[in-house]
Design a protein around this ligand. Structure first.
Ligand code: ADP
Ligand code: ZN
Length: 713
């Protein structure tokens, strides 16, 4: 199998001098060059006579790719209709097979010369605190500074050169290191998970309210897995925002786990990959791509916040990491644990069908109560003109600050305003490349597209009618809410948490520390604040626009809004002081608001199920999307229409479209969508394969396949 998008593996002849086995990593000739590949299987067919085959050049000295990972690659490729070589490339990491040619890095001088340190220099030293040498690139990244700072520190004698290791050894977490004393409820769940870890494949949903100690409980499952000498994998939706999780792990096991995500330097990634392959990384915590790491003996897969849409990979190989985690676990004969306070309807349906087991933690740990959630009806108590915080919310903020407690305002929108409109002619500022409005970012003095990255200065006059001073921001983003909070509560110390104000893991970790140290009174943030943060002094959460996620034709809009807002609400009142949550909404009677206010999710999920079941919508049926895109609208239309004509039909099969995608123009490409829906007992892949085989696709036109779509844009 070669790491390229070919439809399958290639045949090669084995010369007598070498003896490759399935899984071995080999060098083979391809188009006059040598390329790395993996021996996938013994030869299957005999289409090409032996003498015509090219010989394998060499077997590399690298850990072989195990059978369970090869079967996983095959499985993901078949399920997502991706070329298997493309999936295999995610598992192979060719870079990790190359020797390092820059083996020197830096460590701190001992003793340190007595010099005054700038903040940047201090951060570089902090990044070296564990004694392991690091490369310049790693230090630059970890300290958020430039290579000049590192060079300067070397010249000043603060850093000394040190050889870099070729594989990172991760210290062994100690499963016997004492953890917290678990409550009886937590103990029961932990015992059930330990039992699962002792068995073969199983899937367990760990369903517990926010703050119930789900993490502490599944750390016990990890301890049990380590005790059996197998590796554990934990998938987190946003690993860059997980500093608190990492601290907690270190407290429980005495050492840090191996971390895997796209923000790592190439070198760290290489070292980590090698360590995993060599069995030297007992616990890996990572983003979805960690599923493709070469664990020799994976004994447990945990998916935390399993309902999160961040687990869906939308580019390249389009797959859902939660679902593929279950497949990976099955192929390794290991248990999978899915964790959430608001499990997805998919997972709930699997529990109800008896495929997954459910463990529940119905109470918050330590007697903390769940926050009281109330809806603020914006029709009855509207904010002042041009403002966005209604009187009940500002009053609650005032009370919270007066008590010396912390508050959080949540609005899932970056920037200052989502729309800029000309008051003279009604012109709306739109992205030239996408069907989308430009979002004002006042701090950067720009209008920006959140889909393609296009940005332009805010024009002084309307580009349509030329009127001066007529462009007006419409609606709020977090920057505008921050401005309003600043006017109203000038003394409150504010912190904005959004992906553009907190670039990278270090900024997020610093923000978390500032909040824990009570250096912040008011947090204003986008969905970043909904993650698993534990801020004991935070007692008020205000949701600025609870209706925001409900528009649009998304199948899961209601479910997702409930999950997101419940997660946000779950940040309040996690310690002794009780929490409260105010939801600003124009429709307090909406089932989503009712579910949040009453806290009865099971009832809401039953309603959702009742809506989806009759039409065979997921999880009671299967969906796959075809997205046609081309530079010219006519070309996209031609292919989309041809697909429409060739659409499969029959009992239990429905095809919707072709129709312009909601993002009909994205990065300059015209997009059309078709949706295939089938009964649950049918497989969409054979239908898709024969469908696609009938329609020739013109050069420059693409047809992307999305099985189990999460985004309908
Ligand atoms: P969840 O993941 O369910 O939201 P956490 O595992 O984050 O809950 O637990 C919430 C807080 O309570 C954390 O600070 C955690 O350390 C603490 N906690 C949970 N269980 C215990 C326990 N048995 N003893 C001490 N602290 C606990
Ligand atoms: Zn754009």
């Amino acid at each position: 199998m070669l790491p390229y998008p070919f439809p399958g593996p290639f045949d090669y002849r084995v010369p007598e001098t070498i003896d490759p086995h399935p899984g071995d990593i080999v060098l083979v000739p391809l188009n006059g060059r040598e390329t790395v590949g993996v021996v996938w299987d013994a030869r299957s067919g005999d289409a090409v006579p032996d003498r015509k085959l090219k010989p394998v050049a060499a077997v590399l000295e690298a850990p072989a790719m195990g059978a369970s990972l090869r079967r996983f690659v095959d499985w993901v490729a078949a399920y997502t209709l991706s070329p298997p070589g493309e999936v295999m490339a995610m598992a192979l990491r060719i870079n990790a097979l190359r020797p390092d040619f820059s083996p020197f890095g830096w460590r701190r001088a001992e003793p340190l010369p007595d010099l005054r340190l700038t903040e940047a220099r201090r951060r570089v030293l902090a990044a070296l605190a564990d004694g392991d040498p690091r490369s310049t690139a790693e230090l630059v990244r970890a300290a958020g500074t430039g290579p000049g700072v590192v060079r300067g520190m070397a010249n000043a004698g603060l850093l000394v050169p040190a050889p870099l290791p070729l594989a990172r050894a991760f210290a062994d977490p100690d499963p016997a290191h004492p953890g917290p004393a678990l409550s009886p409820e937590q103990q029961a769940a932990a015992a059930a998970l330990r039992e699962a870890v002792a068995g073969a494949f199983s899937v367990t949903l760990l369903d517990g309210v926010t703050g119930s100690g789900k993490t502490e409980v599944y750390l016990e499952a990890i301890a049990a897995c380590l005790g059996r000498g197998r590796q554990a994998l934990v998938l987190l939706p946003e690993i860059a925002l997980s500093s608190q999780w990492l601290d907690r792990f270190a407290r429980r096991f005495g050492v840090a786990p191996a971390v895997w995500h796209s923000d790592l330097t190439a070198r760290t990634r290489r070292l980590t990959w090698r360590a995993v392959a060599a069995g030297g990384a007992p616990v890996v915590v990572g983003a979805r791509s960690a599923l493709f790491l070469p664990f020799p003996d994976l004994g447990l897969v945990v998916v935390d916040e399993e309902h999160e849409t961040a687990f869906k990979q939308e580019e390249g190989v389009v797959y859902h990491a939660r679902d593929m985690a279950v497949v990976r676990a099955r192929l390794c004969e290991a248990p999978a644990v899915l964790v959430s306070a608001t499990p997805s309807l998919e997972t709930v349906a699997n529990v109800e069908a008896g495929r997954y087991r459910r463990l529940t933690l119905p109470h918050r740990h330590g007697g903390a109560r769940l926050p009281a959630i109330v809806a603020v009806d914006l029709r009855e108590t509207p904010p002042e003109r041009g403002k966005f915080l209604a009187p009940p919310l500002t009053a609650a903020l005032e009370q919270t600050f007066a008590r010396g407690e912390q508050a959080m305002l949540f609005l899932n929108r970056r920037g200052y305003a989502p729309l800029t409109l000309c008051r003279a002619c009604g012109h709306r500022m739109e992205c030239p490349n996408c069907t989308a409005w430009l979002v004002e970012h006042r701090i950067r003095r720009q209008l920006a597209c959140h889909h393609c990255g296009h940005a332009e200065p805010i024009p002084p006059t309307c580009p349509h009618c030329g009127a001066e001073h007529s462009l007006t921001p419409v609606g709020p983003g977090v920057e505008r809410i921050t401005e309003e909070a600043m006017e109203r509560f000038p003394d409150a110390r504010r912190l904005v948490m959004a992906s553009d104000t907190m670039p990278g893991p270090h900024a997020a970790a610093a923000a978390a520390r500032a909040i824990e140290a009570r250096e912040v009174d008011l947090i204003i943030g986008t969905q970043i604040v909904a993650k698993g943060w534990h801020f004991p002094h935070l007692t008020l959460v205000g949701v600025v626009d609870a209706d925001l996620g409900l528009g649009g034709g998304d199948l899961r809009a209601a479910e997702r809004t409930v999950q997101l807002l419940h997660q946000v609400a779950g940040r309040a009142g996690r310690a002794e002081a009780p929490g409260r949550v105010l939801l600003q909404t124009f429709s307090p009677e909406h089932p989503v608001m009712r579910a949040l206010v009453s806290g009865s999710f099971s009832q809401f999920m039953e309603q959702e199920a009742a809506l989806r079941r009759p039409g065979h919508w997921p999880p009671y049926g299967r969906l796959a999307a075809l997205i046609v895109s081309a530079d010219a609208a006519e070309e996209a239309d031609a292919t989309a229409r041809a697909l429409g004509r060739a659409a499969p039909s029959g009992d239990g099969i429905t095809v919707l479209g072709p129709a312009p995608a909601p993002l009909a123009l994205l990065r300059g490409r015209h997009r059309r969508r078709l949706l295939l829906k089938t009964r649950r007992d049918m497989a969409v892949q054979p239908l898709l394969r024969s469908w696609l085989a009938q329609v020739p696709v013109m050069r420059g036109t693409r047809v992307d396949v999305d099985v189990d779509p999460v985004s309908f844009l």
